[in-house]
Design a binder for this molecule. Structure first.
Ligand code: ADP
Ligand code: MG
Length: 707
């Protein structure tokens, strides 16, 4: 019997009565292929049609349902052949008009005498109070439900009615009826994944009730409760996977032991030109505790741009090396790898540590020599790009693997670096803070440390949104800033295809590139002939990039015209001004990263956004950006405005494709699910208790589906 149930719930929807291949194909476009998919197909919104109004009581601008008969109908042609269908509907209390444009076929379908429920927002002038006469209210494109057409009219009216996201060729009413039918047939067969104990603890209904209420709620409260229960279940499943991964990690014993206090860590401490902030000190202690543990570190280090994460890495590298091991540091670009190497050399080379860089820029013979030094253990600290995870790279005794700007890499690259050692300690860094819900989902198998303050004495960054008419003023500002010895960036978007709101084709990208190049030429020749202007973009040869960067760091170049390549990690404290062209092309997180290049000293800094677009979504994003420099606040805002799909490469993350749950809305549920998952796994690492059988099964199903 269990077998036949499973088959029906999972069987293709096209074999159901009344569906057929054509509609099945349309349903498939919505992701509905089996009855179960339909049960979890969440309505886009709901309409409260639970109260039918008398026509007399309709008010202009207020959505309402009335039940009325057609008194008269007609169709007329307006300009350019536009068909307008009009009908008058009446009940015992009055008359209301309805119009439809572009739907001439309605004229045939509507017959005088038929009774309907109309739902919509009437416009016009209402009847004079008390008289019921003299008003002229009109519904434009109301939803229509035939009252006596079939037996299930009650599905569509007189209640809170679901409205689904649709493709154009499927009817709202048809889908609503189908889902009602599927609920009757299959909701009761859905296995109950949540164990009794958890349902009781959180006062959750059984799954069948929740699914019925999701589609046809008895009340708004019942709807909310149903959504919470279903969202919780999804979040719990994700958190269980992560909790199991964490548990496995904790159970692992790493083969290396650290000497945490030693000559190198002491030497770094002595060489520090500043005192660590309280927040850096706390995080550093967390990191060292991890090193001291028997199991490998698996930690995410986050903190706002410029909070000083790099120097913490230097301490970790020092600890690894003074313990006799190798440490690797991987960065997403050569530029950043070079910059890190500069910092690390500054601190560790005087202490006698051998440091090497592995980048694709190396010529074959040099690369070969470098690989040999890594394999022999001659190099203790190895800094590089993704070149570090390529096959020929073999470490002698890698104990610590650090990945900067993790969001530019994938999980597989993180694992690949970890596999270069025997259970090495792994630390990943994000460039900007990520919202807690995302951190707990995307990086939920990691512990999280957060640097919560910026070093003291940083000047505020003023951010201004300006238009083309203020371009000359912007140039004047740049000129005066540079006259005082500061430096500036002009950023031109070279948008990655994926990150762009309106994906530009490759040709678009090269056009942008030309734009940046021309911009640099023009700025140098026409606008700032007296200044030293440089150009930096991703398609330059590594050596060329490096030369430009070195000149900028040294101050030989005063103005750097660049593509988003400067987005990550660059640290030039003397740069205090940034002009961003076409900021509407960037998401909030990326803008924040860009702006993070300035405001790195006590000199006041300014960021100018040159944008003419007035589009609402752009306005929201840029206003938020102007208002705050707090990366945590911006990250939350980004999540709210764009949803997780666009952020931090979550799109590739099958696990984060929730059907009901939302990472911007269900924060409390996620915390709850995480606690519960951790507790469950602590008691039952393999979830093999009988009461968890259904949960385990569902987990297996998801894992195979989304692997
Ligand atoms: P991020 O966290 O964005 O990677 P960095 O590590 O590049 O930031 O640090 C930004 C700048 O702040 C660097 O110039 C660094 O030397 C400086 N810095 C780091 N910690 C402190 C501190 N405690 N006091 C003063 N300056 C600091
Ligand atoms: Mg950094």
């Amino acid at each position: 019997m269990a077998v036949s149930q499973a088959r029906s719930r999972d069987s293709a929807i096209r074999y159901l009565k009344g569906v057929g291949p054509a509609r099945a194909a349309l349903l498939a476009q919505l992701g509905i292929e089996r009855p179960e998919d339909a049960l979890y197909y969440a309505p886009r919104r709901y309409e409260d049609r639970s109260r039918l109004l008398a026509i007399r009581d309709l008010k202009p601008g207020e959505a309402a349902s009335v039940r009325a008969k057609i008194l008269a109908k007609g169709v007329r042609r307006a300009r350019r052949g536009l068909a307008i269908v009009e009908a008058a509907f009446g009940d015992a209390t009055g008359v209301v008009q309805a119009v439809w444009f572009h739907q001439p076929y309605l004229a045939q379908q509507l017959q005088v005498g038929q009774e309907f429920v109309l739902y919509g927002k009437p416009e016009g002038r209402g009847p004079r109070p008390g008289s019921g006469r003299g008003g002229r209210l009109q519904f434009a494109h109301p939803e229509l439900e035939r009252v006596d057409e079939d037996g299930d009219a009650s599905l569509h009216t007189g209640r809170i009615v679901p409205v689904y996201p649709l493709t154009s060729r499927l009817g709202q009413r048809w889908l609503r009826s189908l889902i009602a039918r599927l609920l009757d047939e299959f909701a009761g067969q859905m296995p109950e994944a949540l164990p009794q104990t958890l349902r009781q603890a959180h006062d959750f209904s059984d799954v069948a009730t929740a699914l019925r209420q999701l589609h046809f709620p008895d009340s708004w409260e019942a709807l909310e409760a149903a959504k919470r229960r279903l969202a919780y279940e999804e979040l719990l499943l994700l958190q269980l996977v992560l909790a199991q991964r964490r548990a496995r990690m904790t159970a692992t014993i790493k083969p290396h032991r650290y000497q945490l206090d030693g000559p190198l860590t002491a030497g770094v401490r002595q060489a520090l030109p500043f005192t660590l902030t309280a927040s850096q000190t706390r995080v550093l202690a967390e990191l060292f505790e991890d090193l001291a543990r028997p199991g490998p570190m698996a930690r995410l280090l986050q903190g706002d741009v410029g909070c000083g994460k790099t120097v913490l890495l230097v301490f970790l590298l020092a600890a690894a090396v003074q313990s006799g091991y190798q440490a690797a540091l991987m960065a997403p670009t050569e530029l950043l790898a070079e910059q890190h190497a500069g910092v690390v050399r500054r601190y560790l080379e005087p202490l006698g540590v051998s440091i090497g860089v592995l980048a694709s820029a190396l010529g074959p013979p040099e690369r070969k020599r470098q690989l040999a030094r890594i394999a022999s253990g001659e190099l203790s600290v190895i800094i590089g790009t993704h070149a570090l995870i390529q096959r020929p790279v073999v470490f002698a005794r890698l104990a610590l693997a650090i990945i900067d700007e993790q969001h530019k890499f994938g999980v597989s690259q993180r694992r690949a670096l970890a596999r270069k050692g025997a259970h090495p300690d792994v630390l990943v860094l994000t460039a900007t803070p990520i919202p807690r819900t995302l951190a707990l989902s995307l990086y939920g198998d990691l512990d999280v440390s957060t640097v919560t303050e910026l070093p003291p004495g940083r000047a505020r960054i003023r951010t201004m949104w300006v238009g083309e008419s203020q371009r000359q003023d912007a140039y004047t500002l740049i000129r005066s800033e540079l006259a005082q010895g500061r430096q500036a960036y002009v950023v031109y978007p070279l948008v990655e295809e994926r990150a762009s709101p309106a994906p530009p084709a490759r040709s678009g990208a090269s056009r942008e590139l030309r734009a940046a190049t021309q911009m640099a030429k023009r700025l140098q020749a026409d606008v700032f002939p007296e200044l030293r202007v440089g150009l930096l973009h991703g398609q330059m040869k590594p050596a060329q990039k490096e030369r430009i960067m070195r000149d900028f760091v040294a101050g030989t170049l005063q103005l750097l015209v660049s593509t988003v390549i400067v987005e990550v990690g660059l640290d030039v404290p003397n740069a205090t001004l940034m002009l961003i062209e076409h900021p509407e092309r960037f998401g909030l997180a990326q803008l924040h990263q860009l702006r993070g290049r300035i405001g790195r000293s006590h000199h006041p800094a300014a960021c100018l956004l040159m944008c003419e677009t007035q589009e609402e979504s752009v306005r929201q994003r840029l206003s938020a950006f102007v208002e705050t420099t707090d990366g945590f606040a911006l990250a939350e805002k980004d999540l709210e405005l764009r949803g997780p799909g666009e952020l931090f490469g979550t799109r590739q993350h099958g696990w984060l494709r929730f059907r009901i749950a939302s990472l911007s809305r269900d924060r409390d549920l996620l915390e709850l699910a995480r606690e519960d998952a951790t507790a469950l796994v602590a008691q039952q690492p393999d979830l093999d208790q009988p009461s968890l059988a259904a949960l385990r099964q569902r987990l297996g199903q998801l894992q195979s589906l989304r692997a």
